[in-house]
Design a protein around this ligand. Sequence first.
Ligand SMILES: NC(=O)c1ccc[n+]([C@@H]2O[C@H](COP(=O)([O-])OP(=O)(O)OC[C@H]3O[C@@H](n4cnc5c(N)ncnc54)[C@H](OP(=O)(O)O)[C@@H]3O)[C@@H](O)[C@H]2O)c1
Length: 259
Amino acid sequence: MAWDPAGKVAVITGASSGIGEATARRLARLGMTVIAVARREDRLQELAAAHPGIVPHTADVTSTEEVVGLAERVRSEFGACHALINNAGIPGGAFRGRDDIEDALHTVDVNLGGTIRGMGAFADLLEASAPSRVINVASVAGKLGVGPAGYASSKFGTVGFTEATNLAWARRGITVTQLNPGFIETEGFPQTDIKRTPIARLIGVPDDVARAIHRTLLDGAPERTVPAFYRVFVVFRHLASPLWRAAISRSGRAGGSRE
Ligand SMILES: NC(=O)c1ccc[n+]([C@@H]2O[C@H](COP(=O)([O-])OP(=O)(O)OC[C@H]3O[C@@H](n4cnc5c(N)ncnc54)[C@H](OP(=O)(O)O)[C@@H]3O)[C@@H](O)[C@H]2O)c1
């Protein structure tokens, strides 16, 4: 049976800007109740004021207590969670040595740790609300080891966690999707370096990803890449690893920056 978003409850983390904000707006327009989560309360209040279906909730995804508190609020106020979109994320910086240890660990804690906390805190409610969806916003950087090492490892981890739970949670009526965007211009990911290169035209906008999340709610696909042509790079990297390494070294993307 088709999965109809209207009237259902969605929780999206990282909703105060970029991809999360665009997705919250789109899902609210579809008639979903959207619990929009981030740390910047003023941004969430503004978003909620513009869309009656959006409910702001301030939380930090590095706090297990705050994420569990979010799940308890959703259970008691809304009685269900049909869609959980783990999207909160940061790029982190280049990993060169001792001074970068804390930054890399924090990046993993937000990007991968936030996803693990979200899925753990909402698991029972998602099962009780089945058929339900989890969409983990990973990255093409979780398939190709480029950019800051902390970021790439957080996204490889997210891809692995998503693949394993996709298999394990299917019998609970929960689909778990890895949603892998390429370059999208947002506050945290301004794409400053890429804009100066010939591949600047590949840079997308947050609504491209929001549209892909909408499609995933409808079909529950296990994996989606946005834009889809980035899949060619992923196949190339796995089928012809030495050629891939030569090409990426020459392109300047091996420097470990995410600007
Ligand atoms: N843009 C790209 O090129 C690109 C490509 C691939 C994947 N992605 C992924 O897409 C997701 C969204 O990124 P974006 O591009 O939309 O960037 P963005 O505009 O900077 O949004 C990041 C969001 O994450 C929230 N956030 C950061 N740390 C948080 C924390 N500790 N607790 C709760 N919320 C937190 C931020 O809100 P507050 O600061 O208010 O908390 C913000 O709402 C990320 O997971 C990113 O890795 C982006």
